[in-house]
Design a protein around this ligand. Structure first.
Ligand SMILES: Cc1cc2nc3c(=O)[nH]c(=O)nc-3n(C[C@H](O)[C@H](O)[C@H](O)COP(=O)(O)OP(=O)(O)OC[C@H]3O[C@@H](n4cnc5c(N)ncnc54)[C@H](O)[C@@H]3O)c2cc1C
Length: 492
């Protein structure tokens, strides 16, 4: 048997592909995780609300309902195991009219049938106690105390790193261009001419999962991108206790006002179909729409906004997740059409894919003998007390060099990020791991310093350090070189 043939290739290193890789890493399998981007979590998994939902407002009997509830439960064990910060803040669905109140009463019954803990409250005093910032116009709430929040890319990076720690391979900047099959073996071809041979493929390519399916002649679904826009506000500008939802409509759960793990808060998302799978731009109309929505629940401190962004849901006309072997080829499994609540469901989707591999694809798994069950995240300066920080600085003066003042990030932390399992080779990779550039100055003061550290640690030319990989160059050339050679052709 050719040792270069993989058992499993997962296309797409978003939260779904990374969760599948992490789950399969328990077994003696030769597995590879592929992504077209320079980092994991560069698709929808980096631009969403980061809410761990409780199955609310999902249609009965759907995969979304089942996997959302199962997925949420799995976070209790996984987050401590992989050192991923996670907080069950609780969520409030808010009614401002009698009709909305009726909708919430209906959903309360549904949540009882689902065994999802919930409480219907129409006493203003109790509502105020749960969330003092809510407007007086809110007449009733449906409280889900187990809904929670996390940072979606923290989760994705930890899942991928844990998979790598246990033998899974990761190939970034590998854009799957076409797939052939011969003698029961798939050959996956990249746009750069690389090839990977594999017995079984898992299609977790998010917005492009329909395109990947078509590569084996499967035209059973199309992905319709549905954009959601957000506005992010500065730390501590609104000290929210709960995630606040309006009463949902059939189209979406509505505009949320929600806290983040780092003390910021956001308003969003709206939901609009768009033509482009790269259409993550925001618009004045969209931002106004979400401000109007958010203002129905709380008074928004508008001057404290720091940035805005958008994410794209990978929706299909099935209105449910597609997790099944392709009808075209039983060794090609879809984890596709994963729109909301895909983040919540990711761990349960991975569990479901494992079952399919066993039942439908004939895999018999044997446990990996050298399995490492836990992952340690980076030590963060912001979590050290004075004594601990002093001793760190005595050991390594880079702990005393503050590179990002908004988020208090030291040089030592950035150096470590440049040498972890998935080494940081561009500034957004560092930003997602340590948060420099996510504060008030949005990177204005620290980005050049971070480029310098990446250039030194990864032995790259300063002008080759990019924002997100590929050709996203931040500088063109040395000023002194201008004139003789204006810029390097690479930068175009
Ligand atoms: C606005 C918004 C809000 C949301 N809020 C929540 C929430 O609060 N809670 C919740 O549970 N869910 C939420 N979701 C849903 C959740 O974000 C997604 O379900 C989840 O991130 C999907 O993960 P994924 O891995 O399937 O897709 P992605 O993260 O998009 O990953 C797919 C990967 O495939 C790669 N890829 C694509 N084509 C190729 C190719 N040809 N070759 C190689 N790689 C390729 C991409 O680069 C990408 O990294 C929200 C979604 C949106 C848009």
């Amino acid at each position: 048997m050719n040792n270069n043939i993989y058992d499993i290739a997962i296309i797409g290193a978003g939260v779904v592909g990374s969760a599948i890789a992490q789950r399969l890493a328990k077994y003696e399998l030769k597995t590879i995780l592929l992504d077209k981007e320079a980092d994991v979590a560069m698709g929808t998994s980096k631009a969403n609300s980061g809410i761990i939902h409780q199955g609310y407002f999902t249609s009965k009997g759907t995969l979304k309902e089942t996997l959302c509830l199962r997925g949420s439960a799995l976070f209790n064990e996984l987050c401590p195991q992989l050192d991923v910060p996670f907080k069950r803040t609780g969520a409030l669905f808010c009614a401002t009219t009698k009709n909305e109140l009726k909708t919430l009463e209906g959903e309360f019954k549904n949540s009882q049938e689902r065994n999802a803990p919930a409480e219907f409250i129409d006493d203003r005093g109790k509502i105020k106690k749960l969330e003092p910032l809510l407007k007086e116009s809110v007449i009733a709430v449906l409280h889900f105390p187990e809904a929670g929040i996390l940072v979606p890319w923290d989760l994705t990076i930890a899942l991928a790193e844990h998979a790598l720690l246990n033998g899974v391979e990761l190939k970034l900047q590998f854009e799957v261009a076409f797939i052939k099959k011969n003698d029961e073996i798939f050959t996956i071809h990249s746009s750069e001419g690389e090839k990977i041979q594999v017995k079984t493929i898992i299609n977790a390519a998010g917005l492009y999962s329909d395109k990947i399916a078509k590569m084996i002649g499967d035209e059973s679904f199309n992905i319709i991108p549905r954009r959601g826009q957000y506005i992010m506000f500065d730390k501590h500008s609104l000290n929210l206790q709960k995630i606040l939802f309006p009463t949902p409509t059939v189209v979406s759960k509505g505009i949320v006002v929600g806290p983040t793990m780092h003390g910021n808060f956001y308003v969003g998302p709206n939901a609009n179909e768009v033509d482009s799978k790269e259409g993550t731009n925001t618009s004045i109309k969209g931002l106004n729409e979400i401000l109007t929505g958010g203002s129905k629940l709380v008074d928004l401190p508008l001057r404290k906004h720091i940035t805005n962004f958008a994410g794209l849901r990978a929706s299909t006309l099935r209105h449910d997740f597609i997790i099944e072997p392709s009808k075209q080829d039983g060794q090609f499994i879809h984890a596709a059409g994963i729109d909301s609540p895909g983040l919540t469901s990711s761990l349960a989707i991975a569990e479901r894919v494992e079952e399919i591999l066993q039942k439908d694809c004939g895999f018999t798994f044997s446990k990996r003998t050298q399995y490492i069950p836990t992952l340690s995240s980076q030590i963060r300066m912001e979590n050290l007390n004075e004594e601990e920080l002093k001793s760190k600085i005595a050991e390594n003066p880079q702990w005393g060099n503050i590179v990002c003042r908004c988020e208090m990030v030291s040089e030592a932390e950035i150096v470590e990020a440049c040498h972890r399992q998935i080494p940081c080779t561009n500034t957004d990779m560092v930003k997602r791991r340590l948060r420099p550039g996510m504060g008030r100055c949005q990177g204005g003061f620290c980005q050049a310093k971070i480029m310098k550290i990446i250039s030194r640690e990864r032995d790259m030319l300063y002008e080759k350090v990019t924002k997100t990989g590929g050709k996203s160059y931040l500088v063109f050339n040395r000023t002194k070189n201008l004139g003789s050679e204006i810029f390097n052709g690479d930068h175009l």
